[in-house]
Design a protein around this ligand. Structure first.
Ligand code: HEM
Length: 445
């Protein structure tokens, strides 16, 4: 039997490294231990990390009943609750996934196109020429409005404005590398009053719950069936003819609001960073956008090849999720000659796979052309994971990224004003640009 190596650093130190130096530590370990290694973070069972496409293919194409994943995502429990798709396994996961999938079907994306462009424009119109702003904050506001409008149909009432503020601040409260520890270290989760970090978190969550439950109650009372995602979720029925309870709806709404805007906001901030850091990328993108008809049709824009390649390369170089969810074995399993016992936590590492020199030569260089020259397999390029846990918002996220980029790039001119190098840092469980990418508007066309 082959033995798997890994860092001998104490688990507590590995946890601190995972919070404070999330990508450097992975680069170092991969260089030292290769395609498969074990990392142990205190408070978690050991992770077996994989970055070889063959191993990833074996994991993502195996019978999903062989694994649990929700059990490995408990770190998100305080945000999303018991019934979140993220935390469920087995039949319960399959049921919730079936109920949640229809609103995210490729075809339905078309109905969100105009909305996405309008919200991007409104978000940018608030900025003043000559003033510096954080691109990540602007993208967070835009993507939050987009997901709120897609989910609830509205965002202009006072209640929604309050919900928007609460969601932003609850995510900010676990958003810095330091405050992310609140999620990673359960012993810090103590409510010591409204001013303590966890006390604040708990109160913000209660206020969000009240707004969401009020909305569900009103919809039920008015039998209010619209076109938005909540309406589709309320009318969806499982095979036994059952629809979701209020608690299930609340937990899935929180899941979508959380998973559906943090990720896209960071991806967009990175995309703007690369486009403005590399003049050649910017001029190629602008040339493609200028050549597109003057009629800004979202369905044409999303098919543009260079724009698509820019989005793919953005998600390759610093994938927002560094790992897929862990697949926790329920039965013995063999991968590339290694034997694994039940209970082992198999974790495809998206970041290290995307950094492989043999698949992506000069992996630290941002080169959208790679995606025009070659087709990558779903085990070489996997920013949205795969198998039965693949991101349900994948089509929505790609659609949103392309439309927001095209809308803004074709109407506004800006520069990066960051003086420090922009590095990937932890934001909750995701990877975001340090400093938020400071930029300045210089002109509007
Ligand atoms: C750039 C944006 C995004 C990235 C990079 C991303 C990435 C991911 C990844 C890596 C997973 C885990 C997949 C696996 O373990 O195989 C995931 C799961 C998930 N994502 Fe996303 N995501 C993004 C946007 C979104 C959006 C917009 C939504 C919803 C509106 C969303 C909802 C979800 C949900 C609900 C799951 C859990 C699926 C399950 O457990 O069955 N994500 N995402």
């Amino acid at each position: 039997m082959q033995v798997i190596n890994g860092p001998k650093t104490p688990p507590f130190v590995q946890l601190i490294e995972a919070i404070a130096r999330p990508t450097e530590r992975l680069d170092t370990y991969a260089k030292k231990y290769g395609d498969v290694f074990i990392s142990t973070l205190s408070g978690f069972r050991p992770f077996v990390l994989f970055s070889h496409p063959q191993a990833i293919q074996q994991i993502l194409t195996a019978d999903p009943h062989k694994f649990d994943s929700g059990a490995g995502n408990q770190i998100l429990h305080p945000l999303v609750g018991d019934y979140s798709l993220l935390l469920l396994d087995g039949n319960r996961h399959q049921r919730q996934r079936q109920l949640l999938t229809p609103p995210f079907h490729g075809d339905r994306m078309k109905s969100y196109g105009q909305l996405i462009c309008e919200i991007a424009q409104q978000g940018m119109n608030k900025l003043v020429i000559g003033e510096t702003f954080s691109m990540r904050s602007v993208m967070q506001e835009i993507s939050l409005r987009i997901i709120l409008r897609a989910v609830f149909g509205l965002d202009e009432t006072e209640q929604f404005q309050q919900l928007r503020k609460l969601l932003s601040s609850i995510l900010d409260s676990v958003g810095s590398p330091l405050s992310s520890s609140l999620l990673f270290v359960p012993s810090l989760q103590k409510d010591l009053g409204a001013w303590s970090p966890w006390g604040k978190f708990v109160r913000q969550k209660q206020a969000i719950d009240r707004i969401i439950y009020d909305e569900i109650k009103t919809r039920r009372a008015e039998n209010n069936i619209g076109e938005d995602i909540l309406s589709l979720m309320m009318s969806a029925k499982d095979e036994a003819g059952q629809s979701m309870t209020d608690v299930e709806l609340r937990d899935e709404l929180m899941t979508l609001l959380f998973a559906g805007h943090e990720t896209t906001a960071s991806a967009l901030a990175w995309a703007f960073y690369w486009i403005h850091k590399l003049p050649e990328v910017k001029s190629k993108l602008l040339a493609e956008l200028n050549n597109t008809s003057t009629n800004f049709d979202p369905n044409t824009v999303v098919k543009l090849p260079y724009l698509t390649a820019v989005c793919q390369e953005t998600l390759r170089i610093y994938p927002i999720a560094m790992f897929t969810f862990s697949r926790i074995l329920k039965a013995p399993f063999q991968i590339m000659g290694y034997d694994f016992a039940p209970g082992t936590q198999l974790t495809p590492c998206i970041y290290l796979t995307h950094q492989r020199e043999d698949i992506y030569p000069e992996p630290k260089q941002f080169k959208p052309e790679r995606f025009l020259e070659r087709q990558f397999s779903p085990y070489e390029f996997l920013p949205f994971g795969g198998s039965n846990r693949r991101c349900i918002g994948m089509a929505f996220a790609m659609f949103e990224m392309k439309l927001v980029l095209a809308t803004i790039m074709s109407q506004w001119q800006m520069n990066i004003t960051e003086t420090k190098p922009v590095q990937p840092v932890r934001r909750g469980i995701t990877l975001a640009p340090s400093g938020g990418v400071k930029m300045m508007l210089t002109a509007k066309y």
